[in-house]
Every structure is written in C-alpha cells, then in structure tokens.
Design a protein around this ligand. Sequence first.
Ligand code: SF4
Ligand code: SF4
Length: 91
Amino acid sequence: MVYFGDLKPIKGKIHINKDRCKGCGFCVEYCPKDVLEMSDEFNIKGYHPPYIKNEDECCYCQLCETICPEFAIFVTLKEKEEQGEKGESRP
Ligand code: SF4
Ligand code: SF4
C-alpha cells in the first residue's frame, strides 16, 4: 500500500532555447513557483531571454511551455531524465 506521505513531488527539468525567445516575460510572470527570471544577456535577436533561478521549485505544471508564444521553453520530467541518464546507453 502506498501512503500519501510516501509520494514524492513531481519535479520538472526546464529547457530554454534562448535564441527563439522574444523576451515577452510571460513564462516569468505566470510561473506559479517563481522559478524563472529575465536575464541581462541578449540573445541572437537582441532580446533578454529568461534564466532558471530555482529549478528545484519547478512542479512540472508546464504552464511556461503552454504560454510561450515562441515555443522557446519546455519542461520534461526530472525523474525520467535522471533515469535516462543513468540507465540508457546512448550512441
Ligand atoms: S513547469 Fe510550471 S513551475 Fe516549472 S518553470 Fe514552468 S511554469 Fe514554472
Ligand atoms: S514566454 Fe517564451 S518568448 Fe516569452 S520570455 Fe518566456 S521563453 Fe521567452
């Protein structure tokens, strides 16, 4: 039997394609966990992309990915990523 206390919170791993970003700030503004922040750096288009301020807080809600008008950010399940890194051999 699995008890509620045994359940682990789901964590996300964030991927940002900085050069696709147009610096609108939607992902930063609407992230419910305050994970992202706008950076001072410029991308190839001259916009400020976001950076990951606190990935441990990401709850994998995927709102940033859904709201981004440029498809510049997406999130994967952290556990799967880690299992993949350890368990799968890649060419
Ligand atoms: S998946 Fe949710 S919690 Fe994680 S960075 Fe995106 S909006 Fe924030
Ligand atoms: S929502 Fe997309 S385009 Fe807007 S700042 Fe975030 S990553 Fe950049």
